[in-house]
Design a protein around this ligand. Structure first.
Ligand code: NAP
Length: 291
């Protein structure tokens, strides 16, 4: 058996086409959705991510403004940039690209963003709403993208066992909450680096999500035949056959696709969905302001 591959790029483009219609409706009401992206420092991967986000804005008709700051920006200056964007009524979404430079406090910056403009969905107010079962607000983009892929593939998780490997504040933990919410109704186990017998735990699961950051961690013999496997990981690994000498790889061994029922690819799976969910949050933030 070979798994059905869940194409995040295609689904993301479909979602963005719908968003473009909502953006048009907003513009007809005199509102131009506007995302401000703050990029501090010269991390090459961050520059690629920001460029991809700006391209997605163009596809959806969302205005984007990029604010470049030097690698040695002070915490005080970064906080001032956020404060200015908070008070700018033309801005609906604020994203400070992670990681922020050494010596800056990323959590404090996240907390400084107005929760109604927190399109990353990382502000404690928005994460708190999620804990309270309110899932109609600004959700963290990667977990929301995973949920959309599961919904689009019509995978019913009610009463099923899900294992989320990884407990980060941006992926694993919020995703576990979304999977356990009323209406989805999965029974969720959160695994992490201290979990014992992780392969055995995964073998009983109907859904395994890998959000680890270590290439090819999840092996084919961890997976129950027919289970859904979502690979959130993005790892750069050496590959001499490429001109660049490297390629992107997920947290799941490619051999898993011979066992799983559904599986996401890397690249082209959760990554593009994350960007589409950022667009969705920006449109939602603009609509919420209008409401
Ligand atoms: P993170 O903050 O480093 O968290 C990684 C989690 O994996 C931690 O909870 C850690 O456990 C756990 N872990 C590490 N080694 C493990 C092992 N051997 N067995 C079981 N669990 C282990 O990473 P993150 O920000 O959540 O990101 C995870 C991955 O997803 C990375 O590859 C990242 O690049 C990728 N990512 C992709 C997207 C996307 O759009 N596709 C978005 C965000 C992140 P402890 O808590 O015990 O340390």
């Amino acid at each position: 058996m070979s798994a059905v591959i869940l194409d995040g790029k295609a689904l993301g483009l479909r979602i963005e086409a719908h968003l473009a219609e909502r953006v048009s409706a907003l513009k007809d009401s005199g509102v131009e959705p506007h995302l401000a992206v703050v990029l501090a420092g010269d991390d090459p991967a961050s520059h690629v991510y920001v460029r991809n986000k700006q391209r997605a804005c163009e596809r959806c008709g969302i205005k984007s403004t990029r604010i470049d700051l030097p690698n040695d920006v002070s915490q005080e200056d970064l906080m001032q940039v956020v404060a200015n964007l908070n008070s700018d009524d033309s801005v609906h979404g604020i994203l400070v690209q992670s990681p922020t430079p050494d010596g800056t406090d990323e959590l404090a910056i996240t907390e400084a963003i107005d929760p109604s403009k927190d399109v990353d969905g990382f502000h404690p107010t928005n994460l708190g709403r999620l804990v309270m079962g309110q899932t109609d607000g600004l959700l963290p983009c990667t977990p929301a993208g995973v949920m959309k892929m599961i919904e689009d593939a019509a995978i019913d998780l009610s009463g099923k066992k899900a294992v989320v490997i990884g407990r980060s504040r941006i992926v694993g933990m919020p995703l576990a909450l979304l999977l356990a919410q009323k209406g989805i109704d999965a029974t969720v186990t959160i695994a992490h680096s201290r979990t014992q017998d992780i392969a055995e735990i995964c073998r009983s699961a109907d859904l395994v999500v890998a959000a680890i950051g270590r290439p090819a961690t999840v092996q084919a013999d961890w997976i129950k035949p027919g289970a859904t496997v979502i690979d959130v990981g993005i790892n750069r690994v050496a590959d001499d056959s490429r001109e660049s000498g490297s390629r992107l790889a997920g947290d799941v061994d490619p051999a898993v696709k011979e066992v799983a029922g559904h599986m996401t690819p890397v690249p082209g799976g959760v990554g593009p969905m994350t960007i589409s969910m950022l667009m969705s949050n920006t449109v939602r933030a603009a609509e919420m302001r209008l409401a």
